[in-house]
Design a protein around this ligand. Structure first.
Ligand code: ZN
Length: 60
């Protein structure tokens, strides 16, 4: 089956922005987080810097 998913790093990161700041902070403490696309199984790795940028935009 060939099927191309339209996911991207940005799309994978977007749902994390909806997480409560506490949970984002937990992921930062763990050094980062991986998000696996539920459609194609592609894995995106986010560093703690990526997550910190998210939590910063939370506070803005
Ligand atoms: Zn995908």
């Amino acid at each position: 089956m060939s099927y191309s998913c339209s996911c991207s790093r940005e799309r994978a990161l977007a749902p994390l922005a909806l997480f409560p700041p506490d949970e984002i902070r937990e992921m930062v403490d763990e050094g980062g987080s991986d998000v696996v696309c539920q459609f194609c199984g592609r894995k995106y790795s986010f560093t703690r810097e990526d997550l910190l940028a998210l939590s910063a935009s939370h506070e803005a």
